[in-house]
Design a protein around this ligand. Structure first.
Ligand code: ATP
Length: 597
C-alpha cells in the first residue's frame, strides 16, 4: 500500500464529522489490506507504532521536527517557526513549504511499509547521536514525501494526528470490512480486543481467518487484558439486592490498579489501569512477585498502595502518586514510600486461563496461588448476606485505610469481564451516603485565563465527560477551585501538546473557553450536586429537552488521572445515573431506604 493512499484517507476522515461515515471510510480503507499492511495502517491511524501497552514512543521533540522540515524544504528555521506559530500546526507548514519547492523526479513513491520501518527506526534511536539520527531519518522521509504525505507524517511524529479514529470506531469498521456487520460479530471482535488489547492482532486474525478464528486469541503473559470495571450503588442494601442477597465484600484499597504478569522465567511486567507498562516504577514488586506467586506463568490483579514502613498502615494515595513517572531517586523514594500490592483477582493461573471461571473459583485459586510476602498480599475479603455484617465490614475496611468496599458477585456467570463495566462488581464508598459523594473524572477540553492572583496563567478549566455511543466529549463543568499553586503551575505544561486553535473534533459544549484543548488530560473532581444546565451538554436532553447535566461547586481533588485515557473518563451515562440517584436520595421515601448515614 502506498502511503499516499493513507494520507488521502486521513484527509477525508478529517473532513468527516459523522461517526457512521467515518466507519464506512475506514472500512473501505482497510478492506483490501491484509497482514503487515493492515496492522501498520491500523496502528498508524491510532497515532501509534505498536499496541499502546508496548509504550513505543518516537521521542521527536517539536524543535527536532522543525529542524527536519527546514532541512527538507530549504527554508530557514525561523521561517518554519514563524509559519507554524501562525498555522498552529507544523504539518500544515511542511505541506506549504514542500509544495513550493521543486522535487526530485523519479523517486519511488513511499509505501506504508517503508514509512513504518523508518518510523520504527526513529523510535529505536537512543543515546549519543540519536537526535541527529532521528532528524536525518525524518529528512529522508520528507525528501520523498508529497506535501500531503508530509503533513500527516509530521502530525504523526508530533502526536497531533487529528484523524480522530478511536478504538470503538475501528472495531465498528473492522466489523463492516471483515465480518457480517452483525451485533454478534461486533461482540466477538470487541471480546478479542478486550483480551489482547492489540487491534493489529485482532484485525489480522479476523481478515485472514474470519470471526470464528478470534476465539483462538487467548491470554498471553506480557500482553495486558483490559480491566473489568465496577458499577456503583448508593447504599449497601442496594448492593446486596443487586447481588441476590449475598456477596463477597473486599476492602476497596485506594491506590493504583496493577495487572501483574509473571512469566515462567520469573520476568515480571506490570500494567496500569490504562495498560501502560509501569514495572520500572516498582522494582520491589518485580523482585517479590516471582517469590509470591507459586505457579508461573500467571496474570494477577491488585491494588498497589503505599504503606508506612514503621506501622504497616496504609497511607494516602498521594504518596504512591509520587512514584509515578519518576526515574531518578527511585531507591530513596522506595525506602520512604514502600508499596504493597493487595491482590484481588487471578486471570491466568500456572498457564491455565481462568478469567472465564466464576469468581468463587478464582478467589480460591488466588488464595492457593499466593504465598504472601511483605509486599504482595491478599485483598481482605468477607462473604456477607445482610446489611448488618456488610456495614461492620465497611467500618473495618475504612478503619484499615480503605475508601470503602468492593462487592463481588458470587453467582453463576461471575466470570472476569474484560473491558466491561457491570454489576458483577459494585463499588461502595462511605461518602456515597451524603449527597454527591463520588468523584468524577473529567477530561480537560478548555481553559480560562486567571484573574487576580491567578492573572497571567490559567484560572479554571472546562471539563467534559465521555459519551461512547456518540464518541463525543460533552462539557459538564468549569473547575477553578482545589488547585494549589504547584498544581496550577503544572497545568500549562501538561496541556501544551493538546492545544487546539479551534474547538477540537468530538467536543460538544455551549461554553467558549479562552483556549481549547484536545481531550487528553483527565482530572478528578468532586462537587456539591448535579443540576440541569442550558450551556453544558453532558447527557443532553436525557432529563429535559435542551438541557445538559452540570456539576455545581466543582473542586479538583488534587488527583490528575494519568492512569486514565480520555475515553476512560466518567461517561455521560454514569453522570446521568449519578443524577438520578441523587434525585432519589433527595426523596428518601421514594426508595424506602434510609440505611446508614
Ligand atoms: P473505575 O475503575 O470504575 O473506572 P476509578 O478508577 O475512578 O473507576 P473507583 O471508582 O474508585 O476507581 O473504583 C474502582 C477501582 O477500585 C478499581 O479499578 C481498582 O483500581 C480499585 N480497587 C481497590 N480495591 C479493589 C478490590 N478489592 N477489587 C477490585 N478493585 C479494587
Amino acid at each position: 500500500m502506498r502511503f499516499a493512499e493513507l494520507a488521502a484517507a486521513y484527509e477525508r476522515l478529517e473532513a468527516t464529522a459523522s461517526r457512521l461515515e467515518m466507519r464506512h471510510q475506514l472500512a473501505e480503507l482497510l478492506r483490501p489490506l491484509r497482514d503487515g499492511d493492515l496492522e501498520r495502517a491500523l496502528y498508524l491511524s491510532q497515532g501509534l507504532l505498536r499496541p499502546e501497552y508496548e509504550g513505543v514512543e518516537l521521542g521527536v521533540a517539536d524543535s527536532l521536527a522543525r529542524r527536519a522540515v527546514a532541512t527538507a524544504s530549504g527554508a530557514p528555521e525561523p521561517e518554519v517557526a514563524r509559519r507554524t506559530k501562525a498555522s498552529g500546526d507544523l504539518g500544515t507548514t511542511a505541506q506549504e513549504l514542500l509544495g513550493a519547492v521543486a522535487r526530485l523526479p523519479g523517486d519511488e513513491p513511499l509505501s506504508v511499509a517503508a514509512v513504518y520501518a523508518a518510523l520504527r527506526g526513529i523510535a529505536a534511536a537512543e543515546g549519543e547521536g540519536s537526535q541527529e539520527a532521528k532528524v536525518r531519518a525524518l529528512v529522508g522521509l520528507l525528501a520523498r514525501a508529497s506535501p500531503q504525505e508530509a503533513k500527516f507524517l509530521l502530525r504523526f511524529v508530533l502526536g497531533t494526528l487529528r484523524v480522530g479514529v478511536r478504538e470503538m470506531t475501528i472495531l465498528d469498521a473492522l466489523n463492516e470490512a471483515f465480518a457480517d456487520g452483525s451485533k454478534a460479530s461486533r461482540a466477538a471482535i470487541e471480546g478479542a480486543f478486550n483480551l489482547s488489547s492489540d487491534l493489529g492482532l485482532v484485525a489480522t486474525r479476523l481478515a485472514g481467518d474470519g470471526v470464528g478464528a478470534l476465539a483462538t486469541i487467548g491470554l498471553e503473559v506480557g500482553r495486558p487484558i483490559r480491566p473489568m470495571l465496577a458499577e456503583r450503588e448508593p447504599t449497601l442494601a442496594k448492593v446486596l439486592e443487586r447481588m441476590g442477597g449475598r456477596a463477597a465484600l473486599e476492602y476497596k484499597y485506594d491506590g493504583l490498579r496493577v495487572q501483574a504478569h509473571v512469566a515462567h522465567d520469573g520476568t515480571v511486567r506490570l500494567f496500569s489501569r490504562r495498560l501502560e507498562a509501569i514495572g520500572p516504577q516498582f522494582p520491589e514488586l518485580l523482585t517479590e512477585l516471582p517469590k509470591a506467586i507459586r505457579r508461573a506463568p500467571a496474570i494477577v490483579e491488585g491494588e498497589c498502595v503505599p504503606i508506612d514502613p514503621d506501622t504497616d498502615e496504609i497511607l494516602p494515595f498521594q504518596d504512591v502518586a509520587r512514584r509515578r513517572g519518576r526515574k531518578h531517586d527511585l531507591a530513596r523514594v522506595q525506602a520512604e514510600v514502600p508499596v504493597c500490592l493487595f491482590l484481588f483477582d487471578v486471570l491466568l493461573d500456572g498457564g491455565t486461563a481462568v478469567y472465564g471461571r466464576d469468581f468463587p473459583e478464582r478467589r480460591r485459586r488466588l488464595e492457593q496461588l499466593l504465598r504472601p510476602t511483605e509486599r504482595v498480599r491478599l485483598a481482605a475479603q468477607k462473604v456477607v448476606d445482610g446489611v448488618g455484617p456488610a456495614g461492620a465490614f465497611l467500618d473495618e475496611a475504612i478503619a484499615a485505610g480503605g475508601e470503602g468496599v468492593m462487592a463481588k458477585s458470587l453467582r453463576e456467570g461471575s466470570a472476569y469481564r474484560a473491558g466491561a463495566r457491570g454489576y458483577w462488581w459494585i463499588k461502595y464508598k462511605r461518602d456515597y451516603t451524603v449527597g454527591l459523594g463520588d468523584s468524577i473524572d473529567g477530561v480537560v477540553v478548555g481553559a480560562f485565563h486567571g484573574r487576580g492572583r491567578r492573572a497571567g496563567r490559567f484560572g479554571a478549566f472546562l471539563l467534559a465527560v465521555y459519551d461512547p455511543k456518540r464518541d463525543r466529549f460533552e462539557s459538564f463543568t468549569k473547575v477553578g477551585s482545589g488547585f494549589d499553586d504547584a498544581a496550577l503551575a503544572e497545568m500549562p505544561e501538561k496541556l501544551a501538546r493538546f492545544a487546539s486553535e479551534a474547538p477540537p473534533d468530538g467536543v460538544d459544549t455551549g461554553v467558549v473557553p479562552d483556549r481549547w484543548f484536545r481531550p487528553a488530560v483527565v482530572l478528578e473532581v468532586r462537587g456539591a450536586e448535579l443540576t440541569l444546565s442550558p450551556v453544558h451538554r453532558a447527557a443532553l436532553g436525557a432529563v429535559r429537552e435542551g438541557a445538559g447535566l452540570a456539576l455545581r461547586f466543582p473542586r479538583f481533588t488534587g488527583r490528575v488521572r494519568s492512569d486514565k485515557g480520555p475515553t476512560e473518563a466518567t461517561t455521560s451515562h454514569e453522570l446521568l445515573e449519578m443524577y438520578r440517584k441523587q434525585v432519589r436520595q433527595a426523596t428518601p421515601d421514594a426508595d424506602g431506604d434510609a440505611e446508614r448515614s
